[in-house]
Write a protein that binds this ligand. Structure first.
Ligand SMILES: [Zn+2]
Ligand SMILES: [Zn+2]
Length: 253
């Protein structure tokens, strides 16, 4: 059983994955918490946040907070899988050892924590997932390059082309698409600000939204999950919604 939730921002929103919060969300959906095997965070997982040594076992945080959080996640009875967001340390993600899992490879943070690769297709518990990720950091002017902001939050053209190529060669039908920011149609659902066409056009300033829109036109899927907007739209009306934005809440699939 897979539990999907929104941004955890290192320790700031780690309570998304507290046993109490998860049990509550499971209860509302009539699901058994103890059957969860994987918890997926839809970007801005933010661990490791600070630079630290990496080897084939994963990361070895020296920062006190990272160390504490890593231990907390390692003690969970399920594995953590993170979609790369914008508040994620891409320099560290690039250094993670790649381990084979779900028909592809993942970046190993620890024995219990992994980063999903964006542009990759995975089969998890018999369900086919397309992983997107990234977003434009609107607060980057207040952040420090390679310490709290990473330009790799934007897909390169080569990365985008490789993702489209993969979809074309391996098949465009998915059970679930996971991204950090949404496609325009998803974002439009969560905020009445975007019911105005001019405001909606602003979304095109983020090249990741533009790319997500392109992917949205190329693939079929049951649900598209995304984070980034710190909104729980779609959680209450899961059955009818195509786009599910998550933050504090979790959906069990
Ligand atoms: Zn974000
Ligand atoms: Zn966030």
């Amino acid at each position: 059983m897979i539990y999907i939730t929104g941004d955890t921002h290192n320790v700031n929103d780690m309570s998304n994955l507290s046993t109490k919060n998860m049990k509550l969300c499971c209860m509302e959906q009539g699901k058994d918490y103890s059957k969860i095997t994987y918890a997926i965070v839809l970007g801005d997982f933010g661990l490791p946040w600070c630079k630290c040594p990496v080897d084939e076992q994963g990361t070895h945080p020296t920062d006190k907070t990272d160390k504490h959080l890593l231990k907390w996640y390692n003690e969970k009875p399920f594995k953590l899988l993170a979609v790369p967001g914008n508040h994620d340390n891409y320099d560290m993600i690039a250094k993670l050892p790649q381990v084979p899992m779900f028909g592809a490879t993942l970046g190993k943070v620890s024995e219990n924590i992994f980063y999903l690769n964006r542009g990759e297709i995975y089969e998890i518990e018999g369900k086919r997932f397309l992983i997107l990720g990234g977003a434009l950091s609107e607060d980057k002017a207040f952040r420090t390059l390679h310490e709290s902001w990473w330009p790799q939050e934007r897909w390169t053209e080569a990365e985008q082309a490789a993702c489209i190529q993969k979809i074309q060669s391996e098949g465009s039908q998915f059970d679930y698409v996971l991204s950090h920011t949404g496609p325009t149609a998803g974002i439009a659902c969560i905020d009445p600000y975007f019911s105005n066409e001019d405001n909606l056009a602003e979304l095109a300033l983020d090249s990741t939204v533009v790319f997500n829109d392109k992917i949205d036109s190329l693939v079929t899927y049951k649900k598209w999950f995304f984070g980034h907007w710190h909104s729980d739209w779609g959680y209450e009306n899961f059955d009818e919604a195509t786009y599910i934005a998550l933050y504090r809440m979790g959906v069990v699939i």
